[in-house]
Design a protein around this ligand. Structure first.
Ligand SMILES: *[C@@H]1O[C@H](CO)[C@@H](O)[C@H](O)[C@H]1NC(C)=O
Ligand SMILES: *[C@@H]1O[C@H](CO)[C@@H](O)[C@H](O)[C@H]1NC(C)=O
Ligand SMILES: *[C@@H]1O[C@H](CO)[C@@H](O)[C@H](O)[C@H]1NC(C)=O
Ligand SMILES: *[C@@H]1O[C@H](CO)[C@@H](O)[C@H](O)[C@H]1NC(C)=O
Ligand SMILES: *[C@@H]1O[C@H](CO)[C@@H](O)[C@H](O)[C@H]1NC(C)=O
Ligand SMILES: *[C@@H]1O[C@H](CO)[C@@H](O)[C@H](O)[C@H]1NC(C)=O
Ligand SMILES: *[C@@H]1O[C@H](CO)[C@@H](O)[C@H](O)[C@H]1NC(C)=O
Ligand SMILES: *[C@@H]1O[C@H](CO)[C@@H](O)[C@H](O)[C@H]1NC(C)=O
Ligand SMILES: *[C@@H]1O[C@H](CO)[C@@H](O)[C@H](O)[C@H]1NC(C)=O
Ligand SMILES: *[C@@H]1O[C@H](CO)[C@@H](O)[C@H](O)[C@H]1NC(C)=O
Length: 433
């Protein structure tokens, strides 16, 4: 005899079981590998329904399900497939996005023909034109193509062999559609593909048979953009670096972006670029020594040395501030060099303990280093106004040093014209015109 409450539980579980079994039948979507199914029609592609799960057809011998189903392909930046397409019974993910573009975006290089009657399908997406395969032209996956925003832009492709080529974007390699007549039955493009003409492959010295070669690409700078670092505007010709290619500037004027500050390295010292003035002629930059930034105790003692083929000091705007280190406090330095001002600051040196810092502007009559009163001296230019304020005790030594000094750019109109001809933009389009 089955008791009444037990009978109730039994009935309830039976109802639940029937529900579970009948649930997939109400679902209209096709199931892929290991998905729930009730009839043969519920399964994707070649899969058949075995034990209410979609699986490989033993008679056909496919091996889609023999391995644990792979996780859906996912690319960095959360670019997930937008759907699935089937070409010849093989399913392909579709994408409307591509991995994020960086300064060195990893891509698969494929070959394509861009001429009429070539294997590339229709005319190029950007201009609805056919192109010669001798042109250095490429198509990009849908996400990178970005609805045509990349059309006409130049990209630099770099291969594993170290060779680089500049190529123009003319086409899309569609990652969202395919497997139809319009795409010659071709599956959709992966979302990380650069399809390139034979000319690009040749320039990279790659074997055109080597489909799917890993390369990196980056946007080619067109020189009209200023350096994008911190809030300092106007850093264009002759400066280069960061987002400006080397051909957009002159040798020596390379700028790096350190902690959101543009810096230029000259004679082994980094100078922070504080501001630019392109309305004066020649244009100028105001720089401060990076090793003296917020400290008058640099790691090593190096004089300021400006490369005169790049910059000139402005004729009126600067004064030499000389900092003296390790002055003998027991001798009366003030008797030999009365102009010297001692600071309250000491610099701790690994080998010589704490050393004193004194300074003078512009130059003392007697050199305290030569007289043996001080160990080292370093010349750091400051603006004339800062030097005057320092002498009048109106400013602190650190503020005077951090204010920097102005340098005129040594650039000539002929160099600028060359730059303009190559599609660049000079910082000095007012000079000599
Ligand atoms: C696709 O699958 C169907 C049924 O499984 C089969 O009849 C057909 O031959 C397959 N086509 C190709 C190109 O493999
Ligand atoms: C150069 O870059 C600027 C700014 O990004 C852009 O507006 C312009 O269209 C580009 N020119 C070419 C020829 O790519
Ligand atoms: C000065 O700059 C020019 C141009 O960058 C460079 O050729 C030269 O070697 C530099 N001179 C010194 C002393 O660094
Ligand atoms: C400046 O450049 C030189 C040569 O490229 C390098 O050796 C030096 O470390 C750089 N100096 C700084 C402060 O980055
Ligand atoms: C730039 O230089 C011009 C000419 O010397 C000067 O009049 C102007 O005030 C300067 N601008 C800045 C922002 O320093
Ligand atoms: C800096 O220059 C001065 C004068 O030219 C020289 O006496 C001094 O030794 C130099 N200092 C260093 C650290 O090179
Ligand atoms: C500043 O010091 C440098 C040496 O570093 C020297 O060549 C220059 O003549 C000095 N300028 C002035 C105005 O004292
Ligand atoms: C400082 O000067 C005094 C007097 O000239 C001398 O006796 C002493 O040795 C000096 N100290 C150092 C650390 O050079
Ligand atoms: C060096 O100076 C620091 C403070 O600036 C002080 O704490 C330390 O005791 C000093 N060391 C010596 C050896 O005088
Ligand atoms: C600046 O201060 C120093 C000491 O703090 C003093 O000896 C000097 O006279 C002052 N100079 C001026 C112009 O006030």
């Amino acid at each position: 005899m089955v008791s009444l409450p037990l009978m109730f539980v039994y009935l309830l579980s039976l109802i639940l079981l029937i529900n579970i079994i009948s649930l997939p039948q109400t679902s209209l979507a096709l199931s892929s590998c290991n998905g729930a199914c009730a009839t043969l029609d519920d399964c994707d592609g070649q899969l058949i329904c075995i034990n209410r799960k979609c699986n490989d057809d033993p008679d056909v011998g496919t091996h889609i399900c023999s391995k644990p189903s792979p996780p859906p392909p996912m690319t960095p930046g959360g670019c997930n497939p937008s759907g699935t397409l089937h070409c010849n019974n093989i399913s392909y993910p579709t994408y409307t996005c591509s991995p994020p573009v960086t300064s060195s975006t990893i891509a698969k290089l494929e070959i394509s023909e861009f001429n009429k009657g070539g294997d590339g399908g229709g005319a190029a997406e950007c201009d609805e034109q056919y192109h010669e395969n001798t042109e250095r032209i490429v198509g990009l996956s849908t996400g990178w193509y970005n609805g045509g925003k990349m059309c006409g832009r130049m990209i630099i492709i770099t291969a594993g062999n170290g060779r680089s080529v500049t190529a123009k974007v003319v086409d899309e390699c569609d990652s969202s559609v395919g497997c139809d007549a319009e795409h010659a039955g071709q599956p959709p493009c992966d979302n990380n593909v650069v399809v390139a003409s034979e000319a690009v492959w040749k320039a990279l010295q790659l074997d055109v048979q080597g489909e799917g070669v890993q390369v990196t690409w980056s946007l080619h700078s067109n020189c009209s953009e200023a350096i994008n670092c911190g809030g300092i505007g106007g850093l264009s010709y002759p400066f280069w670096g960061v987002n400006r290619a080397s051909y957009c500037g002159l040798p020596g004027f390379e700028v790096a972006c350190l902690d959101n500050v543009p810096v230029i390295n000259m004679s082994n010292i980094n100078y922070r670029i504080l501001k630019t003035n392109s309305s004066r002629a020649p244009p100028s930059v105001t720089v401060a020594r990076q090793d003296y930034w917020k400290t008058i105790c640099p790691p090593s003692f190096v004089n300021t040395s400006i490369n005169s083929s790049m910059f000139h000091y402005t004729s009126s705007g600067f004064t030499n501030l000389t900092l003296y280190y390790g002055c003998n406090t027991s001798t009366s330095t003030t008797t030999t060099t009365p102009e010297l001002t001692s600071t309250s600051q000491v610099c701790s040196r690994r080998n010589s303990g704490n050393i004193t810092v004194s300074y003078v502007t512009p130059s003392p009559r007697v050199d305290p280093v030569a007289s043996g009163a001080c160990k080292n001296q370093v010349i750091v230019p400051v603006s004339t106004t800062a030097a005057a304020a320092l002498e009048a005790n109106r400013t602190a030594i650190q503020d005077a040093v951090d204010g920097g000094f102005e340098l005129e750019l040594q650039i000539h109109t002929d160099q600028c014209n060359t730059c303009m001809q190559s599609g660049g933009k000079c910082a000095v389009n007012t000079v000599g015109e």
